[in-house]
Structures are given as C-alpha cells and as structure tokens.
Design a binder for this molecule. Sequence first.
Ligand code: GRF
Length: 193
Amino acid sequence: MKKLIGNKRKNTCIFISGTGTNLKSLIKFSKKKISPISINLVISNKKNAKGLKYADQNNIEKKIVNFNHKNIAENKILKILKKKNIDLICLAGFMKILSKNFIRKFNGKIINIHPSLLPKYKGLNTHERAIENEEKFSGCTVHEVNSKLDSGKIILQERVKISSKETPKSLAKKILKVEHKVYPYAIKKIFSP
Ligand code: GRF
C-alpha cells in the first residue's frame, strides 16, 4: 500500500450513489488551506445521482460506472484510479459493496461514513433499527473499508441523542448534519503527523 505521508495533498476520489451532501461538504473542506486532500474525481454507479451536480459545479471530473457486471465495473474503475493517481477513496453514500479483489488491488486507502455507532447497526435501515431498539443515542462512524461490510478499523465516531419523538427521517437528518463535520475531521485525523 502506498504511504500516505508527505506534504502534497492526497489525490482523492469520492464514490457516491445519491444526494451527495457528504460530497458537497468534502469539496468545501478540500478547498481549505488546512485540507490534506484535493478532490480529483467523483465516481457514481448511478447516472442520475443528484450529487453529481456538485462535481459539475466545482469542475471536478466525474465518471459514471454501471455496476450490472461488478467485475467489469471494478476493473474499469481501477484503471481510472491508476490513471488519475488516486491515493484515497472516500465512500459517501455509495450503495455498492466493493469486492475483496478491488480492495486488495487498489493501491491506497479506502474509507467510508456510516450512519450508526458501529459496530452497532451495520448495513441498511440503521435509524429504524436504532429507534426500534429504544437506543438513547445513535450517530455516525468513519471507518476503513475492508472486505467485511461496515467492519473496518474505526477512525472517528460522533454520537447524537435520540429524542422520545424521533422518527427514522428526523434521525437521518440529524445524523447527516453531523456527518458533514465528522468526515472532514476524520480525514484530517488520518493525515495529521
Ligand atoms: C449518509 O447518511 C451516509 O452515512 C450513508 O448514506 C448517506 C449518504 O448521504 N452511507 P449523502 O449522499 O452524502 O447525502
């Protein structure tokens, strides 16, 4: 694996599938002086992902890669990443699971943001399950990506209180707001000496 140290900003690619509000916050962060990353590429598996507009608005190259044939899609992506010299992949609402092979072959770091306090509530419908289980808190986690779903090393977590009137929708909104702060912090943490 490439060493992610040194002064140069790390070439970063963001993977999205949907609204891309984390992409938006990461773009904002990447423009700051203190940012250790530059965002060089956005990849989406959906051609109509709303978040793609943030790539356009910021003149960031974007690629849409159809995942009907995962193997073909991943090989295509690996080639693009190599060409663009990408050091870091940030998954941000990317709804596909990357294969072991892809993770092994990518010569850099892959991180993800997940809307729960991992190891609790891996996978989908995190908010429904947290409320159903009468949890007092939920939150979000930035973690390294390994071959098991939502199970890599935890980089940073932030919790939010679940109120008595909480709905999955209100909790998702509350957590998403926190995600926009936590993801940049986690990236700073990875690259701080
Ligand atoms: C976020 O809640 C993220 O944690 C989850 O999917 C959502 C993506 O939101 N993996 P957005 O596309 O960044 O707005």
